[in-house]
Ligand binder design. Structure first.
Ligand code: SF4
Length: 238
């Protein structure tokens, strides 16, 4: 990265699964050694996202709203259930919203990177309606390789994120209505019969905890428990 360029990174909510537990506190410090000036979990955007979802629901006036945060689900709706497109929330994904917010704070000439377990987030960032989002999308596998290659852990120490999300924003991450493509298809087939409400649909089994570009550090069977352990560790944030 060119020196002097302001660079920020947004870490998708499942980031604790990309690192050994003893490294969790050192993640922000290790990332400063790669040149990042602002380092935040995407989760800081969730409060805004809840407000934007509510505004979208009030404007659309549909009985049902479907989250637009999973690019696999958005593509599924557009390609296989076009009648349900109006049900997709107009709120951007937390990734898009947070990257835009980082860009606004850093100003012109900055570079914003989004790190994720999700290869589909590249396409999401390229969609015209998501302009101003991430300049680069990097997978957690690539990010951990980069940190290891640069020896960033050797110099890293415990340090806070530039901004931290509340405990409740993290706790909400473990909630999803349906995960896995077959479950999403089943739900979309019966849209007309759904009870009114907001539906969080995630294309991977186990949601983003099952994202395909996480390093193989924790087996799928323990990822929920590992996330809960991280979330407990930020309980003091209120
Ligand atoms: S559920 Fe899978 S496809 Fe959807 S956003 Fe998460 S990692 Fe990406």
């Amino acid at each position: 990265m060119a020196s002097g360029t302001p660079v920020a990174i947004s870490l998708a909510p499942s980031f604790p699964l990309a690192f050994a537990k003893e490294k969790w506190l050192a993640v922000p410090s290790a990332l400063t050694h790669l040149g990042f000036g602002i380092i935040e979990p995407t989760t800081v955007a969730l409060q805004d996202i809840m407000r934007l979802r509510l505004e979208s629901a009030e404007q659309r006036k549909t009985r049902v709203q479907i989250s637009s945060c999973c690019p696999k689900v958005v593509k599924l709706v557009e390609n296989a259930f076009p009648g349900a497109v109006p049900l997709l929330s107009a709120a951007p994904s937390p990734a898009t919203h947070h990257c835009r917010d980082l860009r606004r704070r850093l100003g012109p000439g900055c570079v914003v990177v989004f790190a994720t377990p999700c290869p589909d987030k590249v396409d999401e960032a390229l969609r015209p309606e998501n302009s101003g989002s991430a300049d680069e999308v990097i997978t957690f596998i690539e990010l951990t390789d980069w940190l290891d290659h640069r020896g960033a852990w050797e110099k890293a120490e415990a340090r806070e994120f530039s901004s931290q999300a509340s405990y409740w924003a993290y706790a909400g991450l473990l909630v999803s209505d349906v995960s896995g493509m077959s479950g999403c298809r089943r739900l979309l087939r019966q849209c007309d019969a759904l009870a009114p409400g907001f539906y969080e649909l995630l294309g991977c089994q186990h949601g983003c905890l099952g994202g395909p570009r996480l390093p193989n550090l924790y087996s799928i069977g323990v990822r929920g428990a590992v996330m809960r352990e991280y979330i407990e560790s930020v309980r003091h944030l209120g």
